[in-house]
Design a protein around this ligand. Structure first.
Ligand code: ATP
Ligand code: MG
Length: 353
């Protein structure tokens, strides 16, 4: 029996509803797959913890967390209780940095039965690989007063190490998918960083001769995600470009309640962290109407990352079937509760055993 130790942080708001429900599904999947077991350890960190203890996690919390294989997280933050910058920096960003989660991954896929805002969404299915540690979101720069004028300078930092590992991750991913990588650039406007990015992309591309490559300027690429999303497989971008593209990806899927994400540690030293795109949704928390699909799809990404691709595929197929059968929450136009959706998925999975 292989035991996988997973740290679970439900966090705030709807995280406390969708995470425990998702664990039921993971347990069912472990039953289906002979010889594995998930051992979940719950960490009650979040805004309520902060109000009681004055920090988002205990002093040695991070050391403890680093011993786990993966981190499964719901949502952190509730601006009614704790200012966002405290909850973000005290937990989410802290984990991303200390666990060296240098890649952010976000799939976007058309799901039958989810109303996309696109008139003709077709069958799009792509993944955005975002550099998650440097780039435009750097701490280099400053503000100066010059006479009556005021100037802000924000520098972007691109290291070969980070660009290479991000681009390489994208190529490896494309190799296991539909063999195409599109790089987001803006080398006609950003004259140092983006030509460098393009150069590294080209170099690594030559190692993967069986993968088709394409380079698009970020402005054009943003429009293509709306006009022809089905033409993409893997898209790789810098921290800022990836940030913008991933929001477009989530938007064309039709509901923030279904979009998954992962922060990946690629050196194997520390756990990766799997968290849905949505936040704690204080407006609907406690009403049992939160869509659990974002969290469940996040669980699928965790399974893929752990090498259980078949279980991941089974889970996503079952999610699609369940939505197709009309068992869905209000944000998707249904009437089911969080638990009813999960129970239906568990029931359908058990039928396969
Ligand atoms: P954050 O600042 O934490 O990134 P946010 O406050 O910008 O998040 P969310 O908390 O994700 O945004 O909520 C945005 C909107 O989406 C809200 O109206 C919320 O009710 C809705 N929403 C978020 N998650 C879900 C979900 N799982 N199911 C249904 N609706 C959701
Ligand atoms: Mg918020």
């Amino acid at each position: 029996m292989v035991i996988h130790n997973i740290a679970v942080i439900p966090g705030d708001g709807v995280g406390q509803e969708v995470v425990p429900e998702s664990l039921k599904v993971l347990e069912t999947l472990a039953e289906i797959h002979d010889g594995i077991k998930f051992e979940f350890t719950d960490f009650p960190w979040g805004c309520e913890y902060y109000l009681e203890n004055g920090s988002m996690m205990p002093e040695h919390g991070m050391d403890n967390l680093k011993n786990f294989e993966q981190i499964f997280l719901g949502a952190v933050g509730d601006p009614r209780l704790v200012p966002d910058h405290i909850s973000l920096w005290g937990l989410l960003i802290k984990i991303r940095r200390e666990c060296e989660q240098v890649i952010n991954l976000r799939p976007a896929k058309y799901i039958e039965g989810v109303k996309s805002p696109l008139a003709n969404p077709k069958d799009f299915d792509f993944v955005i690989v975002r550099e998650n540690s440097e780039g435009e979101y750097s701490e280099v720069g400053g503000t100066i007063h010059q006479g009556a004028d005021e100037i802000a300078v924000q520098n972007a930092v691109f290291t070969r190490k980070a660009v290479e590992r991000t681009v390489r991750y994208a190529f490896k991913l494309a190799d296991s998918r539909n063999k195409k990588v599109t790089s987001a650039t803006k080398s006609n406007g950003l004259i140092y960083s983006m030509p460098f990015w393009d150069k590294v992309f080209h170099e690594i591309g030559q190692e993967y001769t069986e993968i088709n490559t394409e380079t698009n300027h970020i402005d054009a690429l943003s429009s293509f995600l709306v006009t022809k999303p089905a033409s993409f497989d893997v898209i790789v971008g810098s921290n800022l470009f990836g940030d913008i593209l991933t929001d477009i990806g989530a938007a064309i899927m039709g509901s923030i309640g279904i979009a998954p994400a992962a922060n990946i540690n690629i050196n194997g030293k520390y756990p990766s962290m799997f968290e849905p795109v949505h936040g704690s949704a204080p407006d609907i928390a406690g009403k049992e109407i939160a869509n659990p699909i974002g969290q469940l799809w996040t669980a699928k990404m965790m399974l893929d990352h752990m090498g259980y691709d078949e279980l991941g595929k089974l889970l996503l197929d079952t999610i699609e079937e369940t939505i197709g059968a009309g068992v869905k929450t209000r944000d998707l136009g249904g009437t089911s509760s969080t638990r009813e959706v999960v129970d239906e998925i568990v029931k359908r999975l058990k039928r396969r055993v």
